[in-house]
Design a protein around this ligand. Structure first.
Ligand code: PNS
Length: 162
């Protein structure tokens, strides 16, 4: 069994889809590093600290997880944390092309690190942080798709919650 896994993302904010991948991965690895990283093509709503805190609160019932924030390359953080496996969630074929590109680039950067894809739970295959923010900002109900603390976090950003 691979000892340490790393699950990276923007988590802006964390959704039940992310939490499903985190819970399942935490059962496969003896330790899971959940890492809040910078995606240069996204302008986040929450600060990195806010995203880390929301993640920590949402997964505080799982003991073998460390939540970290990092501004550099994912492979450098993986090396620093001695993680040999990057876990990525796949929702649909539309995710595949970009994820495949990142997996190959990460392999090019560090041949000792493997990327493993975990299929999303079908309950969450339509879910993304982007769609949650859009629905919440337009007054739609997001209570069943994010943890309770994210509902509070979105309220604090003056995003309407129904
Ligand atoms: O949740 P996201 O936005 O799809 O996650 C993308 C993320 C943050 C994992 C990706 O942008 C990333 O790995 N950023 C860190 C910088 C890096 O290593 N870039 C090269 C990726 S090949």
């Amino acid at each position: 069994m691979q000892d340490i896994g790393i699950y990276p993302g923007s988590f802006d904010p964390v959704t039940l889809g992310h939490l499903d991948i985190i819970e399942r991965s935490s059962k496969i690895f003896s330790k899971l590093i959940v890492s809040v990283l910078t995606n240069p093509s996204k302008q986040p709503l929450f600060t990195a600290d806010e995203r880390v805190n929301m993640l920590k609160e949402a997964i505080n019932h799982i003991t073998n997880i460390e939540v970290v924030q990092f501004n550099g390359l994912l492979v450098d953080l993986a090396k620093q944390k001695k993680a040999k496996v990057i876990i990525k969630g796949l929702r649909a074929v539309s995710d595949f092309e970009y994820e495949f590109q990142m997996a190959l680039m990460n392999k090019k950067l560090d041949k000792n690190i493997e990327t493993v894809f975990m299929m999303t739970n079908t309950d969450y295959s339509y879910l993304s942080s982007k769609i949650v923010k859009e629905v919440a900002s337009l007054g739609g109900c997001i209570r069943d798709v994010v943890p309770d603390n994210v509902v509070v976090g979105l309220k604090e950003k003056n995003i309407k919650i129904h």
